[in-house]
Design a protein around this ligand. Structure first.
Ligand SMILES: [Ca+2]
Ligand SMILES: [Ca+2]
Length: 578
């Protein structure tokens, strides 16, 4: 590793008083981190370049008692440091492992683990697992997906509400109800064999109430402590507010995200190193390609930036997308690395999530056209892109596991749904598809569990299998086939990955924009009217002067571009013009 220092956390009764020695070529003890809890030692080793793979003994001595801990140095994967990551050329699929597919019913219940499987209870565990995901990787590749982001897979042994796995109980263990460490590697290998990258969900803000160290915390300042339970104020806007109070920022970062999620004090250097190594360990051992950082702004952001960069130091190409759930483009832009922030802050997040576009998509198709309503929302949204350091590195999405299913925003109206898919996939940046979006999976607004229904067909007992065309309704197949066509087109055409964008102010319920590069021009025509309408093309002459025809991407229909184009109600035409 570029960082030669390795932290080992040793835990045992009064272990801090032990003398420690190691006799192995290339390994030396640099220092011992001791805390106010005598039951921990944080041993820092220097791993010299010459150190060879192999096992060595850590010898602990107290009086005449000796204890030996065996530790193994493994050989590093070739070219590990220079691994490639996801880029704007990718389309990311987000899934919750418990809710996607149950590939191994034998691991639904595990001795020593709370909570068996109760599919009839929305907030209980449902039995999905890594084996299930692996079995569907070819399905995802066929859909046109090129990267997979699973929500966390680590051990989460809470007595209740554990299925989401954001409340970790052991960072070095894949939850046995999901599988084993080898299964995580097998998932990554299967992804790679099918042209998909694998993204790990990094959670530096909190652990779980059932984490083993909660019974005997490594240090008094390991967590952000309060005399009585105090939640965060969840007001990320305090970071960018030039008039913000220290009290509000303190509550934002030190308040807990949820009662069963103890808030980690990442400013404790021992914890910082511990968590850094956790993710380096999994990137190495499961051969991970990219990172998504959960609840980034709930940490002290300067520390969070240092944390992300400390991992990126080992992987210079590593792309990192941060969850910075804010309400305006200016705030999102603040959290993108390279932004020219007045206060000098650089998040080290190459990529940010466009939570504002999500809102525009959820509103525009249901609204009458006006100066600032309907299609004008898209126009105004992209017009603010001047605030971004890099518009290619914006993640676009209709929905995710924390917000309402997009199907509910348009009441499963196939026309509106397809419009949203078309506009999301042709927007600057890159798309993230939430599992089930491809079949317009239903949801319940305002409910976490209502946005996390099981994928139909992921369980052997399911009445239908929506992974197969025969198991989908006509409407679902229409949506699926449309998305599949667009994703595969985007995958093969860089113009939709990083081409320039030019937009025209919406008029008469029409919104027109172009994506273009030296080789290709795509004209996007959205008719948000409830009737078929003719669009006069004169106004677009600066983009169309030498073009005579357009081929619609989804239907392959040809359009004559001489004077006008007729566009059906609530339809987006995607014309490859030439
Ligand atoms: Ca299972
Ligand atoms: Ca926090």
């Amino acid at each position: 590793m570029k960082q030669p220092e390795l932290q080992l956390m040793l835990y045992g009764v009064a272990i801090s008083q032990a003398d420690i020695s190691i006799n192995y070529p290339g390994i030396s003890i640099v220092r011992k981190g001791i805390t106010d809890n005598p039951n921990y030692i944080f041993l820092y080793l220097n791993v010299a370049k010459e150190a060879l793979p192999g096992k060595f003994n850590i010898v602990l001595k107290k009086g005449n008692k000796i204890q030996i801990v065996v530790y193994e140095l493994k050989k590093r994967r070739d070219s590990s440091a220079s691994r490639k990551s996801f880029t704007e050329a990718d389309a990311i699929y987000l899934l919750m492992p418990d809710r996607f597919a149950n590939g191994n019913p034998a691991n639904d219940s595990i001795a020593g683990y709370h909570q068996g499987v109760h599919r009839e209870i929305p907030g209980a565990r449902h039995g999905g697992d890594i084996a299930g995901i692996i079995s569907k990787v070819p399905y995802l590749a066929d859909l046109g997906i090129t990267a997979l982001w699973t929500t966390p897979l680590f051990d989460n042994n809470d007595t209740q509400y554990s299925y989401h796995h954001y409340a970790c109980s052991d960072y070095y263990k894949i939850d046995p109800r999901f599988g084993k460490s080898e299964d995580y590697l097998r998932l990554s290998e299967t992804c790679h064999a099918h042209g998909l990258k694998l993204i790990i969900d990094v959670v530096p803000n909190h652990c779980g109430g059932s984490h083993w160290w909660m019974k005997d915390l490594p240090a008094k300042d390991w967590l952000n402590n309060w005399d009585i339970y105090t939640s965060s104020n969840y007001r990320i806007i305090a970071w960018t507010d030039p008039h913000a109070s220290d009290a509000d920022k303190y509550r934002l970062t030190h308040g807990w995200f949820a009662p069963n999620m103890p808030d980690l004090n990442l400013q404790n250097p021992l914890l910082f190193d511990y968590l850094r190594q956790v993710y380096v360990f999994w990137i190495e051992s499961a051969n991970i390609d990219g990172m998504r950082v959960d609840t980034y702004p709930y940490n002290d952001i300067k520390t969070a930036a240092r944390f992300v960069q400390s991992i990126r130091n080992e992987y210079p190409n590593m792309n990192v997308v941060g969850e910075c759930w804010v309400k305006t483009p200016a705030e999102i832009a603040y959290f993108q690395s390279g932004n020219n922030n007045k206060d000098g802050f650089d998040s080290r997040l190459q990529s940010v999530m466009d939570f504002c576009l999500k809102d525009v998509l959820g509103t525009s198709f249901n609204e009458a056209e006006s100066w600032d309503g309907g299609m004008a929302r898209f126009y105004a949204h992209y017009a603010q892109d001047f605030v971004y350091a890099n518009t290619n590195q914006i993640m676009n999405f209709l929905d995710n596991h924390d917000i309402d299913r997009f199907s509910t925003a348009v009441k499963r109206d196939v026309s509106k749904y397809k419009m949203a898919l078309a506009m999301m996939l042709t927007a600057r940046g890159y798309p993230q598809i939430y599992y089930g979006t491809e079949i317009m999976l239903d949801g319940v607004q305002g409910s976490y569990e209502g946005n996390r229904f099981d994928f139909p067909g992921g369980w052997a007992s399911d009445k239908r299998n929506a992974f197969q065309p025969e198991g989908r309704t006509n409407a679902e197949n229409e949506v699926f086939n449309y998305l599949r066509t667009l994703l595969n087109y985007r995958k093969n055409n860089p113009v939709l990955q990083n081409g320039k964008m030019k937009q025209f102010i919406p008029e008469n319920g029409f919104y027109v924009y172009f994506r273009y590069n030296d080789q290709q021009t795509i004209m996007v025509i959205a008719n948000n009217n409830d009737q078929t309408k003719e669009l006069d093309l004169k106004r677009f002459n600066e983009m169309l002067s030498d073009k005579t025809e357009g081929k619609e991407i989804a239907t392959s229909a040809m359009y004559d571009l001489k004077k006008t184009v007729s566009v059906p109600a609530k339809t987006v035409l995607l014309l490859e013009v030439r």
